[in-house]
Design a protein around this ligand. Structure first.
Ligand SMILES: [Zn+2]
Length: 185
């Protein structure tokens, strides 16, 4: 697999918090890839997903990775029915406890949600988005990628997708199946 495909962000899981969870590639295999490899990479992700350019330092990066890993655990648990880890629940609760109440402003004559004022607040909001989805009807539509090393979780309202929307895993599985067939011949 090329450098690009494994390192590129995936923004198409169906929810912002799941896009955050997808910032690790092949997270359940022997060779996981950290897509948030430094603070500027996190700034880039936040700019895309939250629409704000934050100053990001290494503490923010460590915090974001911690929130991400806890959310990955809860996502996989919801998609597969395996119980979530207590440490992950505790970590998410800690983030929620520090969550700032949401505020609104009038922009161009309309009420708009204020963007989170810092990286920590952005992570708090993502944790809130996560637990709202996980405790609602949409939780039943969460699917884990069939590729065992990936297990990336995405929203699948149609209930038909087997592989995550990164595009990598479906291709990998089809290539593998093709090689198996060739061997049999
Ligand atoms: Zn996948």
């Amino acid at each position: 697999m090329s450098y690009d495909a494994r390192h590129r962000f995936c923004f198409t899981t169906g929810a912002t918090w799941l896009n955050l969870a997808a910032t690790v590639a092949d997270g359940y295999g022997p060779d996981p890839v950290e897509r948030l490899w430094d603070a500027s990479r996190l700034a880039e992700w936040l700019e895309h997903e939250v629409g704000v350019t934050y100053p990001v330092d290494d503490d923010d990066l460590a915090h974001a990775r911690g929130v991400r890993d806890a959310l990955r655990n809860l996502a996989l648990s919801a998609a597969t029915g395996v119980a979530p880890s207590e440490a992950a629940v505790e970590a998410v609760n800690e983030v929620l406890a520090g969550c700032r109440p949401i505020q609104v402003s009038i922009v161009d004559g309309r009420v708009r949600l204020d963007p989170p004022s810092s990286v920590r607040h952005a992570m708090g909001r993502l944790a809130r988005e996560a637990v709202t989805m996980l405790s609602g009807d949409e939780a039943a539509k969460l699917t884990a990628c069939a590729e065992p090393v990936c297990r990336s979780v995405f929203l699948d309202p149609g209930g038909r997708r087997r592989w995550c929307p990164s595009g990598r895993c479906g291709v990998k599985a089809r290539v593998r199946a093709f090689r198996e067939r060739e061997k049999v011949r």
